[in-house]
Design a protein around this ligand. Structure first.
Ligand SMILES: *Cc1c(COP(=O)(O)O)cnc(C)c1O
Length: 340
C-alpha cells in the first residue's frame, strides 16, 4: 500500500511538482496498466478505487503480460483522452511465479513516456543467482522496483524495499522539512538522516537484518540458497508432471518455485464430463488441505484462478528442505486424497 502511494506521489511529482492536489483530481483521467493474472494487488485496489476507470487490466499468457496488447491498450486509452502514467510489470507473479517480458515493456514505456514499475516482491531474489537472474532482464530499465527480501531470500519478516532510479526523487517528493527533526545545521553527515525521504517517519530499520545476513552469507550464500529452492521446485515438477493422479496447471517448467497442480483422486480419473469433473475437482484441494492441517504433516496453499478451479500451489522458499521432503509431500497428498 505504501509503495503504491509512493508510486503515485513520485510519478505525480515529476508532472506537477508545484502541488499534489491535481494528482488526486487528475487520477480519474489517468490510467495504469496491470496484468489481471497477478492477484496480490492492493495496488490495483488503491489505484482502482481512486479512479473507477483508472485501472486497465491486460490479457496475458500464463500470467505474463503481452507487450502488443499493452501497446494497443495504451493507444486506446490515449485516444479516449486518458493519460497513461504507470505500467506495473511483475517479476514473479504470486500464483504462477511468472515473469513479464521486461525488455519489451521497457521499450513501450520509453516510447510513450510512461513510468515503468517492476513488482519484484517475489521474484527479485533471483537477481542473486547467476543461473536465474536472466528472468529479470530489463529490470535495470525500470523507474522503480519493489523487492521483498523477506520472501525468497529468507530475511525475517518484514523487509521490503522500494528502489527508485532517480537519485533525490524520494527526498524532493516526500520531504516535509520538519526543522524540529531534520536540522540542516548538524555538525555531521546529513545523509544519514533518511527519515525525510519516506512517507513514514519513525520505523524499524528493517534493512539492517538484510545487511547482517548479506555480510554473513555473501552474495554466493544467497545464490546457493536460491538455486537450491529452484532445484527443489524442478525436482517436484519432474516427479509429478507425468505421474498418475497429477495434472499440471500450466505446461512447461515453472520459472520460479511455484509449482501449480491438481491432484485428481482415483474416483475422478475416469470422469469425462467436464462440468461434473470441474465441480468435483474444485472440492478436492480444500479437503486435502484441511486434512493436512488436521494431521499437522504439511501445509500447501491452494486457490482458484480465472477459469481454473482450486489447485495446489507449492512454493519452495526454505533452502533447508530436501528431496525427501518433496517425496513425502507427494505421498502425503496421495494418502490424504485417495478416498475422495
Ligand atoms: C507478496 C507480494 C506482494 C505483497 O508484498 P507485501 O510486502 O506483503 O505487501 C506484492 N506483489 C507480489 C508479486 C507478491 O508476491
Amino acid at each position: 500500500l505504501c509503495f503504491t502511494l509512493h508510486l503515485i506521489l513520485l510519478r505525480d511529482f515529476i508532472n506537477w511538482p508545484s502541488s499534489l492536489l491535481p494528482l488526486i483530481l487528475n487520477l480519474r483521467q489517468m490510467v495504469h496498466f496491470k496484468c489481471v493474472a497477478n492477484t496480490a494487488c492492493s495496488q490495483c485496489r488503491v489505484l482502482g478505487s481512486a479512479s473507477e476507470s483508472g485501472l486497465v487490466t491486460l490479457s496475458h499468457i500464463l500470467g505474463k503480460m503481452i507487450p502488443s496488447d499493452l501497446e494497443r491498450r495504451i493507444l486506446e486509452a490515449k485516444q479516449k483522452g486518458f493519460v497513461p502514467f504507470l505500467v506495473s510489470a511483475t517479476a514473479g507473479t504470486t500464483v504462477y511465479g511468472a515473469f513479464d517480458p521486461l525488455i519489451a515493456i521497457a521499450d513501450i514505456c520509453k516510447k510513450y513516456k510512461i513510468w515503468m514499475h517492476v513488482d519484484g516482491a517475489w521474484g527479485g531474489g533471483l537477481l542473486m543467482s547467476r543461473k536465474h537472474k536472466w528472468k529479470l532482464n530489463g529490470v535495470e530499465r525500470a523507474n522503480s522496483v519493489t523487492w521483498n527480501p523477506h520472501k525468497m531470500m529468507g530475511v525475517p519478516l518484514q523487509c521490503s524495499a522500494l528502489l527508485v532510479r532517480e537519485e533525490g526523487l524520494m527526498q524532493s517528493c516526500n520531504q516535509m522539512h520538519a526543522s524540529y527533526l531534520f536540522q540542516q545545521d548538524k555538525h555531521y553527515d546529513l545523509s544519514y538522516d533518511t527519515g525525510d525521504k519516506a512517507l513514514q517517519c519513525g520505523r524499524h530499520v528493517d534493512v539492517f537484518k538484510l545487511w547482517l545476513m548479506w555480510r554473513a552469507k555473501g552474495t554466493t550464500g544467497f545464490e546457493a540458497q536460491i538455486d537450491k529452492c529452484l532445484e527443489l521446485a524442478e525436482y517436484l515438477y519432474n516427479k509429478i508432471k507425468n505421474r498418475e493422479g497429477y495434472q499440471m496447471v500450466f505446461d512447461g517448467k515453472p520459472q520460479h518455485t511455484n509449482v501449480c497442480f491438481w491432484y485428481i483422486p482415483p474416483s475422478l480419473r475416469s470422469v469425462e464430463d467436464s462440468e461434473e469433473r470441474m465441480s468435483r475437482l474444485m472440492k478436492v484441494a480444500p479437503v486435502i488441505k484441511a486434512r493436512m492441517m488436521e494431521y499437522g504433516t504439511t501445509m500447501v496453499s491452494y486457490q482458484p484462478l480465472g477459469d481454473k478451479v482450486n489447485f495446489f500451489r507449492m512454493v519452495i522458499s526454505n533452502p533447508a528442505a530436501t528431496h525427501q521432503d518433496i517425496d513425502f509431500l507427494i505421498d502425503e497428498i496421495e494418502r490424504l486424497g485417495q478416498d475422495l
